[in-house]
Design a protein around this ligand. Structure first.
Ligand code: KG4
Ligand code: ZN
Length: 342
């Protein structure tokens, strides 16, 4: 394999990730997660995440270099997520990346977390067609993006106006008594459930909502509808059909995600749809997207689940693309920007 040897650092949420790539070839993807520490709080606690990053940073860096069989001074560039994300968590990665870049005398590239979720697919499926459409769905974001140029031209078309898709999965899982993070558990329960058992609402799909929010999402109404439905059952002293609720909820989320993504693809005249972020691991979302996209001639790309969730390889992948396209490196003053726009 050829191309620049790039090390990427990701610390925007609860995953301390260090990835190493050569061009579009993945060498190592080392991830240390603090998710277990957050589980008892039912969500990510920023202070806990920052401290965990601090503790995991150096060991994860060492493990990545060892697994790649390289010495750190061999890398051509250091890339890091500079935002968006949790401010304190981002700072740990940015500080580590600056120290490495300075110490090794190598260029530093601050990258956008959302663009990195898109770029990671190149490690698995090769060069991304540009323009393409990207649907990013995780615990922290739900975005529809037009990708004109991975390194400079990513345009937001729409986003959630309240909860992120993964957040909705996590909250509904909690209502159903399933562990955090709930997405994978809802996914598993749904397999034995009836997806048309309960007709849950599809957010922002009424004619009126579509006028202002054609490519936006809303999941908080859906979450409330599920809560009301479950409460009514409990009040009536009836058992909650967990699998049916999970399947019907999941169907409502996936239906809107896919419907709007394909509408955007048609609107933008693009034939390739990339789906990324933790929720892209959802089995129903993958199946539904492939089935409906095939009918309208859109190709769907979804990285394997391990690359969909936050990791360092995605940052390295975008960093390598920036090096390859001759983009200007960041200065050592690079700030961590928790609300960095795409
Ligand atoms: O990308 P990610 O690891 O971290 C964030 O940036 O948030 O995404 C985590 C989210 C969680 O909300 C989790 O419940 C959800 O992705 N998730 C899933 C599945 N696997 C993970 N949601 C639905 N179905 C899944 N199979
Ligand atoms: Zn993410």
């Amino acid at each position: 394999a050829d191309g620049p040897l790039v090390l990427g650092i990701e610390t925007s949420c609860d995953e301390t990730g260090v990835g190493i790539v050569r061009g579009r070839t993945l060498l190592v993807d080392a991830v240390a997660s603090s998710v277990e520490e957050h589980a008892r709080f039912g969500g990510v606690v920023p202070e806990v995440a920052s401290r965990a990053h601090l503790e995991a940073m150096v060991p994860t860096l060492e493990r990545a270099a060892e697994q790649a069989g390289i010495r750190l001074h061999e890398v051509d560039a250091v890339a890091v997520t500079s935002g968006p994300g949790l401010a304190g968590a981002l700072l740990v990665g940015v500080a580590a990346a600056k120290a490495l870049a300075l110490g090794l005398g190598k260029p530093l590239y601050g990258v956008n977390h959302l663009a990195a979720h898109v770029a990671v697919d190149q490690l698995e499926h090769g060069p991304l067609p540009e323009p393409c459409l990207a649907l990013l769905v995780s615990g922290g974001h739900s975005n529809l993006l037009r990708v004109e140029d991975l390194t400079t031209g990513v345009t937001p078309l729409g986003a959630t106006i309240d909860d992120a898709a993964g957040e909705a999965f996590d909250k509904v899982a909690r209502l159903l008594g399933l562990p955090f993070p709930g997405g994978p558990h809802v996914d598993r329960e749904a397999r034995s459930g009836n997806a048309v058992a309960i007709d849950f609402p599809r957010g922002l799909t009424s004619r009126r909502d579509l006028e202002r929010h054609r490519f936006d999402y809303s999941f908080s109404g859906l979450k409330t509808a599920v809560a009301r439905w479950v409460e009514a059952r409990e009040r009536a002293g009836e058992p909650v059909p967990v699998a049916d609720v999970a399947a019907s909820f999941q169907e409502a989320v996936c239906d809107v995600l896919v419907r709007k993504a394909l509408d955007a693809a048609a609107d933008q005249g693009v034939d390739d749809l990339l789906i990324g972020g933790g929720v892209a691991a959802n089995s129903r979302l993958r199946a539904m997207a492939e089935e409906r996209a095939a009918k309208v001639g859109v190709r769907v790309r979804v990285p394997r689940p391990g690359l969909c969730t936050d990791n360092g390889a995605m940052v390295a992948a975008l960093g390598a693309e920036m090096v390859a396209r001759g983009r200007t490196p960041s200065s050592l003053d690079l700030p961590a920007d928790s609300s960095q726009p795409i």
